[in-house]
Design a protein around this ligand. Sequence first.
Ligand SMILES: [Zn+2]
Ligand SMILES: [Zn+2]
Length: 69
Amino acid sequence: MDDSIIGTCAECGSEFLKSKSKMEELCPECAYWLYGYENCKHIFKAGKCTICLWDGSKSDYIKSLSSEF
Ligand SMILES: [Zn+2]
Ligand SMILES: [Zn+2]
């Protein structure tokens, strides 16, 4: 497995490191909100998570879910 493959999240449109997400098509953040998978403990530097490369994007749907808390 190549752990440096970068995908584009189908939900929020952010790039993410595929090896850090349980879902092929979703970043760890969206996989967490949509499917309850373990989220990345994002560490942001220069607008991107240094672990999974998520850029902080949230789809309207994820926003509506996460704002309930
Ligand atoms: Zn996403
Ligand atoms: Zn992350």
